[in-house]
Design a protein around this ligand. Sequence first.
Ligand code: AKB
Length: 315
Amino acid sequence: MKKRILIIGACGQIGTELTIYLREKFGSHKVIASDIREGEATLMQSGPFEILDAMDYEAVQEIVIRYEITDVYLMAAMLSATAEKFPMKGWNLNMNSLFHVLNLAKDKKINKIFWPSSIAVFGPTTPKNDTPQRTVMEPSTVYGISKQTGERWCEYYNKRYGVDVRSIRYPGLISYKTLPGGGTTDYAVDIYHKALKHKKYICFLNAETTLPMMFMDDAIKATVNIMEAEKEKIKTRSSYNLSGMSFNPEEITASIQKHIPQFKISYEPDFRQAIADSWPQSIDDSEAHNDWGWKSEISLDEMTEIMLTNLKDTY
Ligand code: AKB
């Protein structure tokens, strides 16, 4: 069967880069981008685009049938910080959109689904360092609860109905092409913009808050690799741990100061501190490595260089 990809939530931080990457890999006309609103020019000009509300089952189904979609990447979600402000909205978006695509796959209207989970599935009772694939999971945020529940449903649909759903637990993602929105790890993107623009940054997490993070190129590679891996290799159908690097605000500051020595950071922790404190500091991703060959390639200092080089012209 010919591959035809639908990306739901294509205008967000991951969706934008994922869409462009998949269009380069498979051809523009084979990758349909969709979102509730239009995105940036590079994305809009690179191939077909549809306005789509991920909560509207009929609309999702209509696009799946019209374009003869085989693979869906469901990237629409409300992230941790925003979902704490709008708990029911966050829950409804994150769960309903997932059920829509799982049910389309169950009814054989699509073949394969990518659904992102997150380190937010873990909670304060989870071991903080080298957090294993299988461990205590008592998430304390709405976002984390929705991702944990989603993982259970993905595994259920795979076991019960044979749905080919694949997932990874993203750490905080850092990119220069599109800004993140509403996450607790977003400071690690904003800090580069402020370092170039104002040479100072007020951080909403404290200096010692170590969190698992990853550069976007690695995240895109992991996402496409798991989707393109042979079916038999994907043994975990809830979601795979995925690790890139771990750092705290003090360490990313030191990395930036190697390029901008006068850069200064100060700390004013807000409600996001409690969210960050409930998450792991580092992740054991050996199962992803063993099952489908995952290996992270970009370090903190390499990422800092790429971020500052690419953002320099904006300021
Ligand atoms: C967030 O901070 O909410 C996200 C995530 C870790 O899933 N970046």
